[in-house]
Design a protein around this ligand. Sequence first.
Ligand code: SAM
Length: 266
Amino acid sequence: MFDRFNRKINYLRISVTDRCNLKCLYCITGDEIKYLPKEKILTFEQICDVVKVAAAYGISKFRITGGEPLVRHDIVKLVKMISDVKNVKDLSLTTNAVLLEKYAKPLAEAGLHRVNISLDTVDPEKFRHVTRGGDLKQVFAGIEAAKKYGLKPIKVNCVVKQNSDEPDAVAVKEYCLKNGLQPRFIKQMDLEEGVFGTVEGGSGGNCEKCNRLRLTCDGKIKPCLFSDIEFDIKTIGIEKALEFALKSKPEQGGRNLKNIFSNIGG
Ligand code: SAM
């Protein structure tokens, strides 16, 4: 399907939870962490209903994100349910990889094609600091497991302050080259201030070429990461929410005062 600026929309990002096992400083912003009550979170059936309608409308690429998608109870079952939907051609998942050592094999068996892994530094101390307590060893073990079970190509998302010449980014690039991973450098964004830019080594952040819609974990279809516009599948239904999101997709991103990265998925 095409939007009013003739952009082909064929990609849906699905946030399956607003909870995360890391608390990255640039992602979970604000004074206190507010989680949605459990009863507001979409069930697996509701998520799959959206996937079915989206796939029938011509969306063929789906990415599962969060929060941290691997903390959602029974995530493997959800992946299997989504991968079984007709016309789901590319199914990927964005993760911090903390739990990936445990899940890589069952996820691959359930039909997941590939993973994007977030990694901003290969220095254990800095990692602990930026994630507020994370253990880098778990991430490395998760990456090894993803390689072992063929969740490839493995892309690595590295958030930088300005560009990939920064020492942490240079070290991440070296690690990626050594390990057969594809690094992408994302300049730190600000939803509230409308600060965003293109992803070095990737396709995000380029409004002219944007091909995506988003589903939040409580059932809002959003046409743009940098916009407050959203349509609630629970009140107007999936078809209308998708149609309205397509019709109102802005030409360019602006600001988003309703979300933080951790509850929309990045
Ligand atoms: N928990 C998963 C993970 O860590 O990959 C998925 C959700 S996370 C919100 C998705 C992506 O958003 C991550 O790659 C993260 O680095 C990125 N992200 C979060 N806050 C960001 C910010 N302020 N600017 C740019 N990217 C950001």
